[in-house]
Design a protein around this ligand. Structure first.
Ligand code: PEP
Ligand code: MG
Length: 757
């Protein structure tokens, strides 16, 4: 953007109105006009321009075929109304509609995306604020204001126009407005949506599209007291239903209860409720105010990369849905939903349990993460669940037939008969396979050539400890302590942590547990912490770096681990170690704490994750001091290839089964064997049977993975002859030495040898 001084000379103008109280004043005027029942879009445009003290206002409405048409203006040429049209994506208005983001431009004419339309007479304007008008995920238009002065709009002005956009959305939707993405035939044709598996399984059923909110009956109010009382009553009602869920019998024992208790803490926190109250005080009805805060939350959620934080916000939205039902702004849930596939934008844990009790058979969620609450509970309840790409909610119609393939990661709406047949066969095969895999539970993980392997569990929440029994895992190869802290909304005190770690050891019944110290920081923030302004938070001041710079928290955790162990052997692993000195400093803290705690652990081991490439070049020094090392392929891959692990576009770009990674692994195995230091792999790759095969062939004997992967990995390994695989691997690596992946040819070899990969 050009600096303000380069802009066309426009005389500085005084703003027409003070900024304070814009919203309340504007709503009061709008309310008076609505009361007469004769408010046209032109009136609306005028009120906005005057209410916000803008030189011009404009309202674009979506027309079929991804077109936005100027429907009203105040301050620009009225003759352009009905004539000026922009495609979605064209100009600033089109950009707001396409991106769904507010455009706040001090100097719009110099913006690269600006498109000049002479008939509007907007050449005298400099600044522009454009807000998409959205309702229930549909973009119905764009509302904007313009000014002659080059300046950005203040947060209060942005917030006011965003609220006005919300009111306009209600008005347009009542008038039967179209969505910009309308496709005509889309409601009858089959549609496929790609997805990520949250909880594995395949299910066929009818669509349940709950949550497409009904229009709000009344938007504005004079009687704020009465609306605040309605809100309080609704909060009480919503709390009651939540209490009912918490006291009902739940799957997975106490662990599920922990998840829900954590949810309750977040959902009932007063921060967002006070925002709702403030919006009512501005003149909105209770349901409009709740809707407004929900929109702001969704907007925030879209910008947050961290899955755990997004999940906290999803918890709040779950509560918001309850409030909307209590306020009559949403229809109540159907009594029964047996065998149906629920397709929703977001889902909190309490709602998931609620739907489970109504009988849903599958779940497609647009905004969810595999490590989130909803996914954890879906796995505990064995409900197949997918995180699907956006658009599914809009495209699915209640009662449509759907296939949810939470194996491959696809949701098919209105499938053709041939597709249904294919899935029925897949379903039958899956049932057979699950029964066959269960048979591997008690089988030792020994390959055909006699190599003994240890298959361990990665655990985040207590809920996943049940997997120890189900899978017959050899122990916990990675206990991510920060996850419980994030789910609980804070780090428990020493006694609370010690109790948690003690319970984990109890459940492990003597099997080894590698406790990883808190891997917090960057964007994995606990509530109340503010983000550091870092350009690359994944490489920022996080994890052990914070632990060493501010040792109080780390020391407390180490104390809790020692107390929780109660004399049993204790293994502590440090994350994000970049230098031997860092490892040594962390281990010294552990030993200092250990000197003070009685009973002392029978054996105390300190190890490190290998996630930062620099550590690979300090192996002799490191291995002389570490009791064990574990390769975190998730972070190691991201730092090795400089490829953010959370960026979907890069997800399949670099492969663990490629020359540089395999070479690195081979060297690591060699060094660790020479030093006699146990080495394991605990990143996601360890849970993929083909990768696990290759790692085992390179000499990795301990693999740690999520519970859902263990039996499948074991099934592939016990049938494999690693001594036959090794020369093949060498040959493939030699042939593909250019850095390419050997995944394809290795998979061919595995299939030829009847290995289930
Ligand atoms: C890893 O980085 O591979 C790892 C196991 O740790 P996390 O996924 O928790 O960062
Ligand atoms: Mg990591």
């Amino acid at each position: 953007m050009a600096p303000a001084s380069d802009a066309p000379a426009a005389p500085p103008r005084r703003r027409k109105k003070p900024k304070i109280g814009i919203t309340r004043q504007l709503f009061a005027t709008l309310r008076e006009h609505f009361a007469t029942g004769a408010t046209s879009l032109a009136d609306f445009a005028k009120l906005i321009a005057e209410g916000l003290g803008a030189d011009a206002s404009l309202i674009y409405v979506a027309r079929p075929g991804e077109i936005l048409e100027l429907a009203a203006t105040h301050g620009l040429n009225v003759s352009a109304v009905g004539r000026t049209r922009l495609r979605v994506g064209e100009g600033i208005v089109g950009l707001a509609a396409a991106s769904g983001d507010i455009q706040n431009l001090p100097d719009v004419q110099n913006h690269p995306r600006y498109v000049y339309r002479a008939e509007t007479g907007e050449e005298t304007m400099a600044s522009m604020l454009a807000v998409p008008v959205k309702r229930a995920g549909r973009t119905l238009g764009v509302i904007g204001v313009m000014g002659r002065e080059v300046r950005p709009y203040t947060p209060m002005e942005v917030e006011s126009l965003a609220t006005v956009a919300m009111l306009l959305a209600e008005i347009l939707s009542r008038a039967g407005a179209t969505d910009v993405a309308e496709e005509g035939f889309s409601e009858t044709l089959p549609r496929r949506f790609a997805g990520h598996v949250l909880s594995a399984g395949i299910v066929r059923g009818r669509v349940l599209a709950y949550g497409a909110a009904a229009p709000i009956a009344k938007l504005l109010t004079e009687d704020t007291e009465a609306e605040l009382a309605r809100l309080d009553a609704a909060v009480e009602e919503a709390n009651k239903t939540l209490d009912g869920l918490l006291t009902a019998n739940m799957p997975g024992g106490n662990a599920s209860r922990d998840v829900l208790e954590a949810y309750r803490m977040v959902a009932q926190s007063s921060g967002w409720l006070s925002q709702v109250r403030a919006a009512i005080a501005d003149g909105l009805t209770a349901e409009t105010a709740v809707d407004k805060v929900a929109r702001q939350l969704r907007e925030r959620m879209r910008r947050i990369a961290d899955p755990y934080l997004r999940e906290r916000l999803a918890d709040i939205e779950d509560m918001i849905n309850r409030l909307m039902v209590a306020l009559g702004g949403m229809p109540p849930k159907p009594e029964r939903a047996d065998g149906m596939i629920l397709i929703v934008r977001r889902l909190g844990p309490a709602d998931l349990l609620d739907w489970h009790s109504r009988g849903i058979a599958g779940l497609a969620i647009e905004e969810a993460s595999a490590s989130g609450h909803a996914a954890i509970l879906a796995r505990a309840l064995s409900i197949p669940a997918l995180q699907v790409e956006r658009g599914a909610v809009e495209t699915a119609a209640e009662g449509d037939l759907a296939l949810l393939d939470a194996e491959e990661g696809t949701l098919v709406l209105r499938p053709e008969p041939e597709v249904i047949q294919v899935y029925e066969r897949a379903l039958a095969a899956r049932q057979q396979r699950a029964a066959a895999l269960a048979g591997y539970r008690d089988m030792p993980a020994v390959t055909k050539d006699g190599t003994e392997l240890k298959l361990m569990l990665n655990v985040g929440l207590a809920l996943e400890l049940d997997e120890l029994e189900r899978t017959g895992a050899d122990g916990i190869g990675l206990y991510r302590t920060e996850i419980a802290a994030l789910a609980a909304g804070g780090i428990p005190d020493v006694a609370g942590q010690a109790a948690e770690y003690g319970k984990v050891m109890d459940r492990a019944q003597g099997r080894p547990v590698l406790f990883r110290t808190l891997d917090l920081g960057a964007d994995k923030l606990l509530p109340g912490e503010t983000a550091q302004a870092e350009e690359n938070p994944a490489m920022g001041w996080r994890s052990l770096r914070i632990g060493l710079d501010r040792p109080a928290i780390l020391r407390r955790q180490l104390r809790a681990l020692l107390l929780g162990a109660q004399g049993r052997p204790l293994r502590v692993m440090f994350p994000m170690v970049a230098t031997v000195e860092e490892f040594r400093a962390a281990r010294d803290l552990l030993e200092a704490e250990a000197g003070r705690i009685r009973p002392a652990p029978e054996r105390l081991e300190a190890g490190t994750m290998l996630e930062i490439p620099a550590l690979l070049f300090q192996l002799p020094g490191l291995l002389a001091e570490a009791d064990f090392v574990s390769i975190g392929t998730n972070d190691l891959m991201q730092f090795l290839f400089a490829a953010d692990r959370g960026t979907p576009e890069l997800a399949d770009r670099y492969d663990t089964l490629s020359a540089p990674v395999l070479e690195m692994l081979e060297k690591l195995v060699g060094y660790s064997q020479e030093a006699g230091v146990p080495l394991s792999v605990c990143g996601e790759a360890a849970g993929r049977p083909l990768d696990a095969l290759a790692f085992a062939a390179l000499g990795v004997t301990t693999l740690s993975m999520s519970g859902s992967a263990i039996l499948a990995v074991k099934a592939a390994l016990v049938e494999a002859d690693l001594s036959a695989l090794r020369p093949v691997l060498r040959e493939l690596r030699r042939a593909g030495a250019a850095g390419g992946s050997i995944r394809e040819p290795l998979a061919v070899w595995a299939r030829e040898h009847n290995l289930a990969i």
